[in-house]
Design a protein around this ligand. Structure first.
Ligand code: SAH
Length: 344
C-alpha cells in the first residue's frame, strides 16, 4: 500500500514521537488524541489549540478519513450494516448491533479484506484474503460507528470479515488505541477477539497481559466434523487447539467462549453435545450456540428449535454456561458469516 498512514493508527506515544520530531512539546500528543477520540473532530483544521503550521505538518503526513461510508443497510435502532470503501478501493463491512432493552450497542468490525481460511459455512472467506487492515482503518470503523450512534459503542467484537490473529500486530494496536483512557476508553473486557483457531495467536495473546475477551470458533465436537467444516483444522487440529485454550485459561485466569454454529444433521445430535461436554471439561469455558445463518455457497440448514433446545440443555446440565444466540441481522445479510468482501 502506498498511501499515507492514518492519524487514527497512532498510540499517544507514537504521537509524542511525531511531536518531538517536529519540535513540538509532548503535551501536543494528548491534545491531538483528545481531538480525535473525545471531541471526535473530522479534520486537522478543527484542532484549534494546535499551531496552524503544525496542523499543516500533520495533514501532510497523515490522512484523516481512511474509509468512506458508501452504503448503509438497516435503520437506526436496529441492526445496521455499513459498507466502507478503503483508500485502495477495497471494500469492507461493519455491523452495528443494538440491544435496545439494555441500551447497549455492539459494533462488529472487520480485521482484513477477505479471509484465507475458507470455512465452508462462511461467506467472508470464499474468495481468499486480499490484505490486512491497518490499525487506523480498524479504528476508522469504530469512529464511523460512533458518528452514526452519536457516541462511542459499548462493546467491540472482532467478528466481521477476516481472521484477527492473521493481522495480530495491527489488531493489538487497535485494541490498545480503543482501550486508552485518554481516548475512547473502551474497557478491554468489552473487546472480544474471535479466532477460527489460530493457535500461535492464542499463545501470543496469553502473554499480552490484556483483559480482552477471547472467543474461539469451534463449531464441531470432534476432529472429523471440524475438518469437514473448517480447513484450518488441518493446520491446527482440534486437540492442539484445545490444549492451547487450556494453557491460555491457566495463564490468564480468563474464561474462553466457544462459538458453535448449529447445522442440521452435521453437528446437532445429542451425542455430539455430550462429546462437546467431554472435550470442554478440562478447563473453564462458555459456549455460544448460533443457529446457522443462511449463506449462498453452503447448503446447510439450521436445526429445528426442539433440536437446538435439546443440545443447549445437555450443555447447561453439564454445568457449561451456554447461550443460544439469536444471530442478528440475517435479513440484511449482516449476521455472522454473511459478510463478504465485495468489489466495486
Ligand atoms: N475469523 C474469526 C472471526 C470472524 S467470524 C473467527 O472465525 O472466529 C465471526 C463468527 O461468525 C465466528 O464464530 C464464525 O464462525 C461465525 N460464522 C461464520 N459463518 C457463519 C454462518 N453462516 N452462520 C452463523 N455463524 C457464522
Amino acid at each position: 500500500m502506498n498511501f499515507k498512514p492514518s492519524i487514527h493508527g497512532l498510540l499517544p506515544e507514537d504521537l509524542e514521537a511525531f511531536c518531538k520530531e517536529k519540535g513540538q512539546p509532548a503535551f501536543r500528543a494528548k491534545q491531538i488524541f483528545d481531538w480525535l477520540y473525545v471531541k471526535r473532530v473530522s479534520s486537522f483544521d478543527e484542532m484549534q489549540n494546535l499551531p496552524a503550521p503544525f496542523r499543516a505538518q500533520l495533514a501532510e503526513q497523515f490522512v484523516f478519513q481512511c474509509l468512506e461510508k458508501i452504503e448503509t443497510t438497516g435503520g437506526s435502532g436496529e441492526t445496521q450494516k455499513l459498507l466502507f470503501k478503503l483508500g485502495d478501493n477495497e471494500l469492507i463491512e461493519t455491523v452495528i448491533i443494538p440491544a435496545p432493552r439494555r441500551k447497549k450497542n455492539t459494533v462488529c468490525i472487520s480485521s482484513q479484506v477477505g479471509c484465507v481460511y475458507g470455512c465452508a459455512f462462511c461467506a467472508s472467506g470464499q474468495k481468499g484474503v486480499i490484505r490486512n487492515l491497518t490499525a487506523g482503518e480498524i479504528i476508522g470503523e469504530v469512529l464511523e460507528v460512533a458518528n452514526v450512534l452519536g457516541g462511542r459503542p459499548d462493546n467491540v467484537v472482532f467478528m466481521g470479515i477476516g481472521e484477527p490473529f492473521d493481522n495480530y500486530d495491527e489488531v493489538m494496536k487497535a485494541v490498545r488505541i480503543l482501550n486508552h483512557p485518554d481516548g475512547l476508553g473502551i474497557g478491554a473486557r468489552r473487546i472480544t477477539i474471535s479466532t477460527c483457531g489460530v493457535v500461535p495467536g492464542i499463545q501470543r495473546l496469553a502473554e499480552e497481559g490484556l483483559q480482552v475477551e477471547l472467543s474461539v470458533s469451534l463449531h464441531a465436537p470432534d476432529e472429523e466434523v471440524r475438518a469437514k467444516l473448517m480447513p484450518v483444522n488441518e493446520t491446527w487440529p482440534m486437540a492442539e487447539l484445545l490444549d492451547a485454550c487450556r494453557a491460555y485459561t491457566e495463564k490468564t485466569n480468563r474464561i474462553i467462549t466457544f462459538e458453535y454454529i448449529l447445522i442440521k444433521g452435521i453437528n446437532d445430535a445429542p451425542e455430539q453435545a455430550r462429546e462437546l461436554v467431554r472435550r470442554l471439561s478440562r478447563f473453564p469455558s462458555r459456549v455460544n450456540l448460533i443457529p446457522l445463518s443462511p449463506v449462498e455457497e453452503f447448503d446447510g440448514e439450521r436445526p429445528d428449535s426442539e433440536t437446538m433446545k435439546t443440545f443447549f440443555q445437555i450443555l447447561e446440565k453439564a454445568g457449561i454456561n451456554t447461550t443460544l444466540r439469536d444471530s442478528k441481522g440475517s435479513a440484511l445479510k449482516a449476521a455472522c458469516g454473511q459478510l463478504r468482501a465485495r468489489r466495486l
